[in-house]
Design a protein around this ligand. Structure first.
Ligand code: FES
Ligand code: FES
Length: 153
């Protein structure tokens, strides 16, 4: 049995320690917002926050994730600037990539609260959206940065 802390809750799972965290979140805990595509840390669809840092859950073993704080998109509060900006800018098209991209953006903004357009593009370049939502992702991150500033950081 392995104990995880997911979205503020303690969860115990019966999984092989080498199992990728992605599959434990999806198959054991039913958190299907965490998506599978490449399985080799190339696309960013499976991104979650581990102790606040965006990581690709397809290449993190569940053993390595114990004793950490794991956050999926459900763990961001409804009034989180990233969620509000995503709605305001109507970022998603099919939506498949969006949970991972929102979490990567959350980590990025926490480290760089006032980013330039070039910094946003560089930070978000390695998460793949096949629907071409990157221009709206950029606008939403700029808006989230302004909202964060208004909320006092
Ligand atoms: S499924 Fe994990 S990075 Fe693509
Ligand atoms: S919104 Fe469809 S893959 Fe990104």
């Amino acid at each position: 049995m392995i104990t995880l802390h997911v979205n503020g809750k303690k969860q115990t799972v019966d999984a092989d320690p080498d199992t990728p965290l992605l599959w434990v979140l999806r198959d054991h805990l039913g958190i299907t917002s965490v998506k599978y595509t490449c399985g080799i840390a190339e696309c960013g669809m499976c991104t979650v926050l581990i102790d606040g840092e965006a990581q690709r859950s397809c290449v993190v073993s569940v053993e390595d994730a114990k004793d950490t704080r794991i956050t999926t998109v459900e763990g961001l509060p409804g009034n989180h600037p990233i969620k509000m900006a995503w709605i305001e800018k109507q970022v998603p098209q099919c939506g498949y990539c969006q949970p991972g991209i929102m979490l990567q953006a959350t980590d990025f903004l926490s480290r760089n609260p006032n980013p330039s357009q070039a910094q946003i593009d560089e930070a978000m370049d390695d998460v793949i959206c096949r629907c071409g939502s990157h221009p709206r992702i950029r606008q939403a991150i700029q808006l989230a940065a302004k909202m964060t500033e208004k909320q006092g950081g």
